[in-house]
Ligand binder design. Structure first.
Ligand code: GAP
Length: 441
């Protein structure tokens, strides 16, 4: 099918409780969403796949979970306090605030068919720089020196713990430190669902390398990270690597490439891979007075490692998976919406459905369900017509459904339905665990 609209994906997420607006009973809050049951499971599958790639399948990366609120000097050293800003304009007429560099994509507050500044009554201020970090205070009174910030990226916590990790983990470059956690940005631009939110989870890994190896590791991670998304089942044709032009580079970066996905809003960033050089360790060494360098115990050679950073967003990966998997087709003259998620990403791997709510079907179905859920995420559903139950599972992307019927009680076989081919194979119930685990890896 042609790519779905964002509205179709948003509607499915709401209908099936994957993701929906936060604080809805109070009218919602800008660019903020909650994940429901299936959304949580999908998100967890993404994060688990990332940890597997970074930690389980490699020996040279260690895990970290650093604090969200760090010493405020962190953000002076990193450059965020001075430079992590967006240019904003206010409209004196409609009282709305807009990103000055996005006016062409935004809608005027009073005349939504026009861009801000285009209607006669628009009255825009000059652009002012607005810092994206959320500020708060430590302690019961607001006083000088008590201001702290919610981290706008997880990366800085990794740089602060570079020395400690180097010591306890007994690593030498090249080695990496990986972290998953929430970051916060006071984003003004309308969000496009979960593409741009005020709080979001990042999956970041800082890979510390000898300076003369930075180029080759940058190339390695650029390619490896694109391949990771292909491995999640995302269509290769809808993924691309885009190298930043010199004028797009952040203050710390000598080279950056984005993995982009063709979302309904067009090609947009899923993940950035940056060569950060020695910027961060040098800055934190200067601000903290600590030596942040690697010293070879044998040769006594010392240097500040360079850093290659693959920085991904959990929400943007979830959104790419949802857009990519969304499909509509027709079964027996009826429209069906189906999420063709890779089985390893699917929130529920198998649904267990008794054909009838009598004649021993529910009892046998529950036995089978109890057995299956010891191995995979399974769901038991005996509510409503069997066709409707299949549709419900299709909409959340469940790749397999087991149906228990009269024949099950006679010969011990069940039907195993495939979400994509719609094939219904008759298989012995005692083979189900092996079949289901094989088919949903
Ligand atoms: N440490 C580098 C860094 O934070 P970034 O490109 O600003 O780089 C990395 O962020 C990733 O975090 C992005 O590619 C995106 O997936 C995700 N991300 C950034 N801002 C986001 C937001 N407001 N909402 C959702 N995801 C966001």
């Amino acid at each position: 099918m042609a790519a779905p609209t964002m509205d179709a994906v948003v509607a499915l997420c709401k209908r099936r409780g994957l993701i929906f607006p936060a604080s809805e009973i109070y009218g919602g809050i800008a660019n903020t969403y909650d994940y429901g049951h299936y959304g949580v499971l999908l998100k967890k599958n993404v994060i688990d796949a990332w940890w597997k790639t970074m930690i389980q399948e490699r020996e040279d990366i260690v895990a970290l979970d650093s604090a969200i609120i760090q010493h405020p000097r962190t953000w002076e050293a990193s450059g965020h306090l001075a430079g992590f800003t967006d240019p904003l304009v206010d409209c004196r007429a409609c009282k709305q605030r807009f990103r000055a560099d996005h006016l062409g994509e935004l809608q005027c507050g009073r005349k939504p068919s026009k861009h801000p500044g285009e209607a006669d009554e628009c009255d825009l201020t000059e652009a002012r720089e607005f810092n994206l970090m959320f500020e708060t205070t430590i302690g019961p009174v607001q006083e000088a020196g008590s201001t702290v910030y919610l981290r706008p990226e997880t990366a800085q916590g990794i740089f602060l713990d570079f020395k400690t990790t180097l010591q306890y983990a007994r690593r030498r470059p090249p080695f990496g430190i990986a972290q998953v956690g929430k970051s916060f940005r006071n984003e003004i631009t309308p969000g496009n669902f979960i593409f741009r939110t005020l709080e979001f989870e990042q999956m970041e890994m800082e890979f510390f390398v000898p300076p003369d190896e930075a180029g080759q590791w940058y190339d390695h991670w650029r390619r490896a990270r694109l391949d990771w998304y292909v491995g999640l089942g995302i269509d290769r044709e809808r993924l691309r690597l885009r190298d930043h032009d010199a004028d797009e580079l952040s203050h710390y970066s000598s080279a950056t490439a984005d993995v982009e996905y063709l979302y309904p809003i067009g090609w947009s960033e899923l993940e950035g891979i940056a060569n950060r050089g020695d910027f961060d360790l040098t800055q934190h060494a200067r601000f903290s007075g600590e030596r942040l360098e690697y010293v070879d115990a044998n040769t006594k050679e010392r240097y500040v490692p360079h850093v290659i950073e693959p920085a991904a967003g959990v929400g943007r990966t979830v959104l790419a998976l949802l857009c990519d998997a969304y499909d509509e087709d027709e079964i027996g003259g009826e429209r069906r919406t189906v999420l063709r998620l890779h089985p390893a990403m699917a929130p529920v791997k198998v649904a267990v459905l008794p054909l009838l709510r009598k004649d021993g079907h529910p009892e046998r179905a529950r036995e089978i369900y109890e057995e299956l859920r010891r191995h995979v995420n399974a769901e038991y559903d005996d509510g409503g017509h069997i066709g409707r139950r299949y549709r419900r599972q299709d909409e959340i992307g469940t790749p397999l459904a087991v149906t228990i019927d009269h024949q099950t009680l006679e010969d011990g076989t069940v039907t195993l339905r495939n979400r994509d081919t719609l094939a219904q194979d008759r298989v012995p119930a005692d083979e189900l665990v092996d079949r289901v685990t094989d088919l949903t890896r």
